[in-house]
Design a binder for this molecule. Structure first.
Ligand code: NAP
Length: 215
């Protein structure tokens, strides 16, 4: 296992995963929105035409804006349907994961606790989580593990865009801090490095004990 693709790997959580994979000797293709825009199906098709197979695939992309249901336009629903759902389906259909490989999805804690102002994110991330859960059984036949990481508040640009006073907000969290992207990066690389395979078809709540649900 030597090759990885990290979508949305130019900043934040994706970049931290890419850095951690490089540290354990992987050859990583880490894309920015310029290289692969998951909301643009032509960009997605162009990317899959040039990348036929890989050992480790990280499905990550930019998050949608915070908007209440009645202010969301039809065009916005279509754009984020592509960005968070259909783009990933096309990628999985066309890029083959090599035997013994891994697929990681970066979703969100909203898949378990939908948030009214993050309704686009809540809807499409849950939809794609269902797809990955179903496919994890097919991938298991090739010893490919599928892990859905659902981050809580992580210290990236995205959090700064969504929250006015990040410092104050951080104090309200159980650990009195945001999660660091490197923690997610190192989680991913340690799963791979230690060849942990039986952890598959699962959602990992990566939220510093912020959620209140048990499962
Ligand atoms: N941070 C959190 O607290 C948190 C919590 C829950 C869920 N999430 C979700 O986890 C994902 C990663 O979060 P993050 O905090 O790392 O975000 P981030 O810092 O905003 O980074 C987003 C990454 O995705 C790329 N990207 C943006 N739009 C894209 C598009 N249309 N197609 C493909 N790539 C695109 C960006 O590339 P460029 O550099 O080219 O812009 C960048 O590499 C997001 O979906 C976010 O909503 C984050």
């Amino acid at each position: 296992m030597t090759r990885a693709i990290v979508i949305g790997g130019s900043r934040g959580i994706g970049k931290a995963i890419s850095d951690s994979l490089v540290e354990i000797g992987f050859d990583v293709i880490a894309t920015s929105k310029k290289d692969l825009d998951t909301s643009d199906l032509e960009s997605v098709k162009n990317f899959v035409n040039n990348h036929k197979d890989v050992d480790v695939l990280v499905l990550n992309t930019g998050g949608p804006p915070a908007k209440e249901f009645f202010s969301i336009s039809e065009e916005e629903w279509q754009k984020y349907h592509n960005q968070l759902f259909l783009g990933f389906c096309i990628i999985l259909k066309n890029i083959s994961i090599n035997e013994g490989g891994y697929i990681f999805l970066i979703s969100s804690s909203v898949i378990k606790e939908p948030n009214p102002s993050l309704i686009i994110s809540s809807a499409y991330r849950l939809a794609f989580s269902s797809v990955l859960k179903i496919l994890s059984k097919n991938y298991a036949e090739k010893n490919i593990s599928c892990i859905n990481i659902a981050p809580g508040p992580i210290n990236t640009q995205r959090t700064k865009e969504l929250i006015d006073n990040v410092e104050e907000y951080a104090k309200s969290l159980p650990m009195k801090r945001l999660g660091e992207p490197k923690e997610i990066g190192d989680f991913v690389s340690s799963i791979i490095k230690n060849n942990i395979k039986y952890l598959s078809g699962v959602v990992i709540n990566f939220d510093g004990s912020n959620s209140s649900h048990i499962f």
